[in-house]
Design a protein around this ligand. Structure first.
Ligand code: ZN
Length: 236
């Protein structure tokens, strides 16, 4: 889940809990009494500014109402039980994902953009270490520290071409075609059971193998420690 949606979810969850808390009601009542007692003293004008906390409460109330309405509509769809808020923010994420996918032309979709089902995205990561999981996201989105992406981000001194000079250095080239990374490629592909890159990036087994292969190649030095933690080098 994107960090902004996740933080909104936790904010709404906290506000819901606070609104239902007895202590909150005691504090609100005390504030009301103080406010009332101040009015009329020293010829004070009645001024009342909405505090940031009240604005957040108002936002949370709207979110909770929307979430409850959506939950009522989907009550009989047989989905696994979720809180109204979980379902609401998951729907928000799915909606944003669809909008993001539609912005890019179909023929330029990354492996991640080819996949419209966010639940499938989650399932791909089951059983993966944090390092593998991170690399799996980077390979599927192609936002990965290979030369094509670094050049696109205008990192000084980086050209998009692979060191082999045969192609742009993208994950697919490195895994399937680069002569500099061909050691044990055939054996690895036999174990993966396919040479179709789209299948490799969309199936759990293939994606886990891809992440381990990419770590093992050593092109991404930031994953060196993760590689030592999760895979014996002899496996590669
Ligand atoms: Zn190459």
């Amino acid at each position: 889940m994107p960090i902004d949606i996740y933080l909104n979810y936790r904010q709404a969850q906290t506000r819901e809990w606070l609104q239902n808390s007895n202590q909150t009601q005691v504090i609100q009542e005390a504030c009301r009494k103080i406010r009332d007692s101040l009015h009329g003293k020293c010829s004070r004008r009645k001024t009342y500014c909405v505090t940031p906390g009240e604005r957040k409460n108002k936002w949370a109330k709207q979110v909770l109402q929307q979430a409850a309405a959506v939950a009522r509509r989907h009550l009989d769809q047989g989905a696994r039980p979720k809180s109204d808020l979980q379902q609401h923010f998951q729907n928000t994420w799915q909606q944003q994902w669809e909008e993001y996918r539609q912005k890019a032309p179909l023929d330029r979709h990354t492996p991640a953009q080819q996949d419209g089902d966010l639940l499938h995205h989650w399932k791909l990561h089951e059983g993966a270490s944090k390092g593998e999981s991170s690399l799996m996201v980077q390979m599927r989105t192609e936002n990965i520290g290979l030369q094509a992406f670094l050049a696109q981000r205008k990192v000084p001194g980086i050209r998009p071409e692979c060191d082999c000079r045969e192609a742009i250095q993208m994950p697919k080239h490195v895994i399937l075609a680069c002569p500099n990374t061909s050691d044990s490629r055939m054996e690895w592909l036999q174990r993966a059971g396919t040479v179709d890159y789209r299948v490799l990036t969309s199936m759990k087994k293939g994606l886990h193998m891809l992440a381990q292969r990419m770590m093992g190649l050593g092109l991404l030095q930031q994953f060196n420690i993760a590689r030592e933690m999760v895979i014996p080098l002899t496996v590669l």
